[in-house]
Every structure is written in C-alpha cells, then in structure tokens.
Ligand binder design. Structure first.
Ligand SMILES: Nc1ncnc2c1ncn2[C@@H]1O[C@H](COP(=O)(O)OP(=O)(O)OP(=O)(O)O)[C@@H](O)[C@H]1O
Ligand SMILES: [Mg+2]
Length: 226
C-alpha cells in the first residue's frame, strides 16, 4: 500500500512542529508502522534530535535530512512511498519556503500546530489560506489543527482553544492536545519520543498516544492501534 504522507507545517516558528513530528514518528514506530521521518528544515532540528538516539535501543526512528535540497523534497518522498506505511515531514517555518505548499499538494494530512494564544492565532491565517488553496488541487488532503505548547492554566487559553475549534471550515481542531511540558525538551536530548522517559513522562506519552489515535482515525491506519 502507498504510504500515507503527513506534513507537519506552519510558517510560524517555534510552535512545536518538530516536537510533534518526532513524537508522532516515535509513537507510530512503537505501534508497528514502518515510518520514515523527513526533516525538510535546513535548521536540521529533527535530524539532530533523532541522531541522539542510543544505537542499541530497540526503537529507532529513521530520519532523512533534506533541508538543504528543499526544492526536491517531494521528489525525495517518492522514493519511499512504496516501502513505508507512513512518511512524516517536518516542514521549515520560513514564510518564503516552497516546502509547505509543495508538501500539502502531495500529502494525505496536514497537521498544523498552533499555540493557543491571540498572536499565534493571527499568525496562522497565512498557513490556513495556503492549506485551503492546496485542498482545491489535492483531493486527498485532510487538514487538522493541533493545539500545541498549551498552557492549560491560562485563562486566555480556553478562549483561544474555542476559537481554534471553528477557525476555518473543513479544518477541525484535533481532540488530542499537546500541553507545555518539560518532558518534551527532555525527549529531544534522548533521541526518541517521550516514551523513552517512562513513567516520569506519563502525561506526555498519553498526549501522543491520543494524537496518534486521532491521526490514525483520519488516515484509516489500523495496524497496531490501541
Ligand atoms: N509541548 C511542549 N512543551 C514544552 N516545550 C515545547 C513543547 N513543544 C515544543 N517545545 C519546545 O519549544 C521549542 C520549539 O519547539 P519546536 O522546535 O518543536 O518548534 P518548531 O515549530 O519546530 O520550531 P521551528 O519553527 O524553529 O522549526 C523547543 O525548544 C521545544 O523543545
Ligand atoms: Mg522545527
């Protein structure tokens, strides 16, 4: 079966794209899916993250760093579609990068992380507009917003989450949300998803299990689902 392609994208920097791409990859690998993570950001954060992995760990996330050949990301992806179940692409934040658009034209799912605060909601308009235009040419594209780096105890978070739920028709907010947690920073230096941290990261693990359930439902991925 052709791999399902997931683009994690938002032109806004620092909204948790790489965090979501790597943790989603680690969760899906643990569910038995054959996953290729593509780091399409020249900053190479996902590549550095995954390269920190213990080579003896039974769980290995496969990452390809393509940030410096941005123009040909979609061509690169074609090499993997027949051999993988899922391809997850961590897109760069640059507003003038061609990658978000070219990826959304070939993806099955665009995951758009947004921090629920007023500034980040305003800044998301451009990517939602781009996603909307890409949906017109790519019938397979599902677009979902993900509440990322959520500061659950802030009063304005609730209002922002409500706004996100109805930001744009056809682009619902995923039920699972990713709160702001120290475990995510710890996972980066561990080279793996938060699962590697064990019981100390229980809440973060639960968040990614939930997000992976939501993603699997959208894409019709059954294998290994809890
Ligand atoms: N849920 C979270 N809780 C706490 N810290 C987080 C969370 N998600 C991301 N971070 C931290 O916030 C910073 C930015 O996250 P990340 O690199 O995932 O964002 P990004 O959108 O990929 O950034 P860029 O646009 O630069 O590629 C990192 O230091 C990361 O560790
Ligand atoms: Mg990033």
């Amino acid at each position: 079966m052709r791999a399902k392609i997931i683009a994690v994208t938002n032109q806004k920097g620092g909204c948790g794209k790489t965090n979501i791409a790597v943790n989603l990859a680690g969760t899906m690998v643990r569910r038995g899916h054959k996953v290729k993570l593509i780091d399409a950001d020249p900053q190479g954060t996902a590549t550095i993250w995954v390269n920190n992995a213990d080579p003896d760990s039974p769980i290995q996330i496969e990452v390809n760093g393509l940030g410096r050949v941005a123009g040909s990301v979609t061509k690169e992806i074609k090499k993997y579609v027949d051999d993988y179940d899922v391809i997850i692409v961590d897109c760069p934040p640059a507003a003038d990068s061609p990658v978000p658009q070219s990826m959304m034209l070939v993806s099955d799912l665009a995951l758009i992380p947004i921090i629920p605060n007023p500034g980040d909601l305003w800044a998301a308009q451009d990517i939602l507009e781009l996603a909307s235009r890409c949906s017109e040419s790519n019938d397979a594209l599902n677009v979902r917003l993900v509440a990322s780096i959520v500061r659950a105890n802030l009063a304005l978070t609730k209002a922002a989450l409500e706004q996100m739920a109805s930001m744009r028709e056809g682009m619902p907010l995923m039920k699972a949300r990713i709160n702001q947690r120290a475990a995510y920073a710890e996972a980066m230096i561990s080279g793996d998803s938060v699962h590697i941290l064990g019981s100390s990261a229980k809440a973060a693990i639960e968040e990614f299990e939930n997000l992976t359930n939501d993603v699997s439902l959208v894409l019709g991925l059954k294998k290994g689902r809890k």
